[in-house]
Ligand binder design. Sequence first.
Ligand code: FPP
Length: 245
Amino acid sequence: VKKAVTEVPGALPVHVAIIMDGNGRWARERGKPRSAGHREGAKALNRLVPASIELGIKYLTVFAFSVDNWRRPSAEVSFLMGLLRRYIRAETPTLVEKGVRLRVIGDVSRLSEALQAGIARALSETAAGDKLNLTVALNYGGQEDVVQAARRIAAKVEKGILRASAVDKIVFEAELLSAGLPPVDLLIRTGAEMRLSNFLLYQCSYAELYFTEKYWPDFGKEDLAEALREFARRERRFGSLRKEE
Ligand code: FPP
């Protein structure tokens, strides 16, 4: 029997994080405006959600907007914000139906009231989802995440409800925006760049890194399956020696 091309044998990552890069270049190569690339990028995410469930991923975290993306031209920022608002509104029923629980990490206080309200509604409507945990990083920065965790811990120490000597990784991780999510096992970046761009810095400490030249709008289920096969081929040692040594 011929195996389906998307079958993935071996170890599966529990938590996959994706830097969805290359929307702009995808559009430019087609003579289209950057907004068309972002629209196509949203469609790619729509395909990746059911694909992740089918391939057995439990946690999927995507970088939708970084703290540094405000530096883009204001028309592009507004377009992305509008796209996110429409995406969340339009896709929430599908997420509920597919058993997806949505989370958002990042400083949402800088987003418009309408977007914040849409997020709040989507979070509560999807709260019972148990097939896939989809986390959207929105106005997120990895360094900012670590700094806000440190600030919250300092405040607890100041109030006398926590001893400085009691601060360990478990205490620290509970203050990160990702509290409750497992560590990232596999970080995928599309779009031919090889950097972390201030994504989940602490959370990716032992993540396998996977880079592909494909632009995000072209990334599909088979590309995810290929990344999972590569993950299964790698031997994760977490700082220890190889098995035979
Ligand atoms: C990178 O492409 C992508 C982004 C800055 C935003 C990611 C947004 C989406 C995939 C669409 C909307 C998301 C959701 C959750 C609905 P780029 O513009 O940096 O591409 P370039 O490097 O080719 O210019």
